[in-house]
Design a protein around this ligand. Structure first.
Ligand code: 0O2
Length: 221
């Protein structure tokens, strides 16, 4: 291989990967703004935490091989849509949908794919809301429209998914029957927990609102 070509390709690849890092930065800013504003209006934080990552070149190459795509930057850009990934953990299910709506409504965000594994969990029990979005990243000489995978879930869903992920890899993607059975059961328990916590939260919010009104009246009097 031509050394000059390799040098050029390295620069191109580094620049290519940078756009994904910037896309993650942009998304983190957007989410921080929404979180702070939501906190101000509703007086509680709907977002427990946010994690973002850029897929490593090794994982990108593995995925291209697994899916049989071309080894070119344009093919990577079009076909591997989770190079930039954001995972948002919310307190309650209602927050997940509210947050996804807020993101959808932003003018520079284009929703490419929307998968609701909360309404339709995967057969193994996996729950989460997934969106592939496209956002513009403004570089010095061009605009790079970049895909970002956004996963939004509750703490219980995240707890389940991280354990399942560990078990999945521990058993080399072939989980023994009794374990997958138990995982399915725990996914149902996690969903029940989410519903109960949300119900409690709503009840307390109503009480807080009523007390708040009383306090306002006392202040006025
Ligand atoms: P990792 O290691 O987390 O990055 P594709 O992304 O095209 O290969 P698909 O099915 O179109 O696959 O995408 P989908 O269903 O939106 O899932 C993408 C990501 O969601 C996965 O990325 C996981 O992070 C997560 N996910 C999906 N299903 C499961 C599941 O059953 N258990 C767990 N724990 N996580 C899941 P990766 O690249 O597969 O994995």
């Amino acid at each position: 291989l031509d050394l000059n070509y390799l040098k050029e390709f390295k620069v191109e690849l580094t620049r290519f990967m940078m756009a994904y890092k910037f896309a993650c930065d942009e998304m983190n800013t957007k989410i921080n703004i929404l979180s702070d504003e939501f906190n101000f209006i509703h007086d509680y934080n709907p977002i427990e935490h946010v994690k973002s990552r850029v897929k490593s070149p090794e994982s990108i190459i593995k995925k291209i091989q697994r899916k049989g795509f071309d080894f070119s930057l344009s093919s990577i850009k079009e076909n591997i849509r989770d190079i930039a990934g954001i995972r948002i953990t919310c307190s309650f299910i209602a927050d997940i949908y509210q947050l996804s709506e807020m993101l959808k409504n932003q003018q520079d965000i284009k929703v490419i794919e929307f998968k609701d594994y909360i309404k339709n969990p995967k057969p193994n029990g996996y729950q989460s809301l997934h969106m592939i979005i496209e956002i513009p990243v403004f570089m010095s000489d061009r605009v790079e429209y970049t895909y970002v995978e956004v996963q939004i879930r509750t703490i219980a869903m995240d707890f389940w998914a991280s354990l399942e992920h560990k078990i999945y890899y521990k058993y080399n993607k072939d989980i023994p029957e009794h374990l997958s059975q138990e995982l399915q059961e725990t996914a149902i328990i996690a969903a029940q927990l989410d519903r109960k916590m949300e119900r409690l939260h709503k009840e307390v919010s109503i009480l807080k609102e009523e007390n708040g009104k009383d306090d306002d009246l006392i202040m006025l009097a």
